[in-house]
Design a protein around this ligand. Sequence first.
Ligand code: GTP
Ligand code: MG
Ligand code: ZN
Length: 376
Amino acid sequence: MTGDYSNLVQYGLTDAVRSQFVEIVSKDPELVPGRVARVDGISTFVHAETSDFRAVSTLARIALEDESEIEPAQPTVGDWVLVRPGMNEDPDEIEFVLPRTSLLVRKRVMRGKEEGDEQVLAANISTVFVVQSVTYFNAARLEREIALAWGSGAIPVVVLSKSDLLDTEAGDVIDQARLTAPDVEVLVVSGITGAGTDPLRQYTSAGSTVVLIGASGVGKSTLVNSLMGQHVMDTGEIRESDTRGRHTTVTRQLLPLLNGGVLIDTPGIRTIGLVAGSEDALARTFSEIEKFVGQCRFRDCGHTGEPGCAIDEAIAGGRLSRTRFESYKRMDRELQHEETRHDPAARTEHQRKMRIVAKANRQKSRVEKASKPDKH
Ligand SMILES: Nc1nc2c(ncn2[C@@H]2O[C@H](COP(=O)(O)OP(=O)(O)OP(=O)(O)O)[C@@H](O)[C@H]2O)c(=O)[nH]1
Ligand SMILES: [Mg+2]
Ligand SMILES: [Zn+2]
C-alpha cells in the first residue's frame, strides 16, 4: 500500500503525523516525508521511506494550514519534514517542517558573556529523561533541567544513574530528587549492569520519542546502549583534570529502538538557561510554592518580607523549603531579565513592578491593613 509510510514507523511515526504527510503529499507528490536524525552543520540527515537524505534546509518553513502564512523553521533532531529531492546537481531541500508537538529549547550561556542565543535541542519528544549520577547529585542543576524539560511540552522523568557505584541503597539521593522534582517520577538505574532499566521502557513504546539530557559524563550514552541492547554510542571516561574535550557525545542523534520507540542522545550540557516564556515551566517545577502564592495578605505580594506573606509563614512553619524558594526567586528573576530582552513593553512593566517592590519595602513598617487590598 502506498502512502502508509510503514518504513517510518521505526522512526516513531504516529497516525497523526501520517495523516499530515498523506495530505501534503496528495497535493504535491514530489515531496518525500521523513524524520530528522541528525544535523551536521549545513547538512541535515533525514530518514525517509525508501532512502535517506543529506538535505539542506535554507528555505525550510513550518507546514501551516493557511499556505499564505510563512513561518521559517530551522529543522532539528526529531522534526518530521518533507524533502524535495534535487534535480541533477541540485541539493535535496527540506521544504516543510510539520508543526511541532513539543520543542526542547535552552538558552546557551556564552562563557564570560551574559547574553547567549537560543539552542533548539530536539522536537516532537514525548518524554525527557533528566539524567544525573547518584554519585554526583546536584539539586540546583536538577531544578533547571526539570524546568527546561517542562518548558518543552514533554514530560520529564528523573533518571538517577550509576546505581552500581553506591555501597548503600540510593534512598537519600532518591529522597532529595523527589523533593527537588515534585510531580516527577524518579527512577534509579545502572546503565552498566542494566539494573532498574525496565521501568524506563514504559516511556519508549511505539510512537514515543525520548530525549536524554544531563551533564557530560552522567552516563546518557551508556544508558542508550543499554536500552538499545547494543553498542550504538561511544561512551567515555570523565577527565576531571582537563576541561577541554570532555564531551564524548558531540552531536544530537535520533536512534530507533526495535519496537517503534525512539531515543535521542545529546551531548552533555554545562549550563542550562531558560528561554523567555518559561513561566509555566517554572511554576510546574516549583509547584509546591505556587499553592502559597495566592494566600498572602496583599494580592500583589512580592514575598520580600511584607506583612501577612504566606510564603514567609510557610517557610517559618517548616512547610516550605527556604532553599527551594530562593532557587525559585533566582530563576524567576533570570526569566524576567530574558523577557525584558525580548519585549520593550515588558521591560517597562518589569521596571514598574520593581519600583513597586522597592516602595513596598520602604513602606512596609507603615502598612497596616486587615483585609486583602493591593499594597499600593
Ligand atoms: N559504574 C558505572 N559507570 C557508568 C555508568 N554509566 C556510565 N558510566 C561511566 O561513566 C562514563 C561516562 O559515561 P557516558 O555514557 O559516556 O556519559 P554521557 O552522559 O554520555 O557523557 P557525554 O556524552 O559527554 O555527555 C563512562 O566511563 C561510563 O563507563 C553506570 O551505570 N555505572
Ligand atoms: Mg554521551
Ligand atoms: Zn507573599
